[in-house]
Design a protein. Structure first.
Length: 93
């Protein structure tokens, strides 16, 4: 729908956009617990775009093997760092 136009200046490839994490919700996607992990599911057949899942610790650990097989990326929301804190999903199982 929106295309880069040469009169806009610059090149879209020359100006990378830094990822912005949305505010952490009060409840996880899976249950009424607090989310501790943000999982980014990659596109797959039947799901043309990536999907974010806000998971509690219990449901993250229970599904870690399947998330790893799906090629998901997880971010630890309990980290005190300002930068993204990615975690290795396979290590959670």
């Amino acid at each position: 729908m929106f295309n880069w136009h040469p009169t806009h200046g610059g090149s879209p490839a020359a100006e990378p956009i830094a990822p912005i994490r949305p505010p952490v919700p009060t409840l996880a996607c899976c249950c009424p617990a607090r989310p501790v992990v943000l999982v980014m599911m990659p596109p797959a057949p039947g799901r043309p775009r990536a999907v974010d899942l806000w998971l509690c610790a219990h449901h993250y650990h229970e599904s870690a093997s399947d998330l790893d097989k799906a090629g998901a990326i997880a971010e630890d929301l309990t980290s005190e760092q300002d930068e993204l804190s990615l975690i290795e999903i396979g290590a959670a199982a």
